[in-house]
Design a protein around this ligand. Sequence first.
Ligand SMILES: Nc1ncnc2c1ncn2[C@@H]1O[C@H](COP(=O)(O)OP(=O)(O)OP(=O)(O)O)[C@@H](O)[C@H]1O
Length: 237
Amino acid sequence: MTNDIIRARDVHAWYGSSHILHGIDFNLKRGETVGLLGRNGMGKSTLIRSLLGHVRQRSGTIELQQQDMSRARPFHAARLGIAYVPEGRGIFPNLSVRENLLMSARAGRNGTTAWDLDRILDTFPRLAERLDNMGDQLSGGEQQMLSIGRALMTNPDAIILDEATEGLAPLVVAEIWRVISLIRHSGLAALVVDRNYRKVMEQSDRLVILEKGRVVLQGEAAPLRDDPTQIHQYLGV
Ligand SMILES: Nc1ncnc2c1ncn2[C@@H]1O[C@H](COP(=O)(O)OP(=O)(O)OP(=O)(O)O)[C@@H](O)[C@H]1O
């Protein structure tokens, strides 16, 4: 049995007549954290959105949990245990923190309910203090925590975080990275996109770098951390 939660081969994607992804191969294995890097507009979000079925105009082979996703719709990915925290969050503004969390609660594919309300509130003490506040009364950082909390409440096998720290104050950013590290060490697989490439390198087992819709570098994170010359070259930093 393969260990891949996500397995994609030769993925192309288009927005109208703009050809954005040009034949991408990508894997996410059980339990690993992959950092997806690349300068602005290189196709990171488009790759994620294509893998999950949000981009209609796509081709190639995409399998989630060994199931063919070529015709699948976004809710299939969620059902297969792949939780997505999109750029710009996605919470219910008119529901309380508690309601937001409880409405996402469900057992994982293997029946686990390891992530329940108590564990989320232990993980995010800020949410515990705001349980009865409405989503739209939260700060940006609290909304982001809630969005991650909602994803974890589904007891997924993998979580995808696209720019989870974008636009947040430094203390909140540090808090989100603490949780990303905790998620990583909990055994859940993760795919992480973030502008802070140093943090991504530090928190990933493997790195994938995109340039103009192609994978230009991928490999174990440790050697790339030790010698970041290539990373600097591709990221222009
Ligand atoms: N909905 C859309 N319609 C048309 N073009 C799009 C759309 N979304 C993204 N693009 C274009 O596709 C290309 C890849 O964008 P994408 O958002 O995937 O990049 P990214 O690597 O995630 O960068 P960023 O960090 O800026 O989000 C860019 O040229 C962008 O302008």
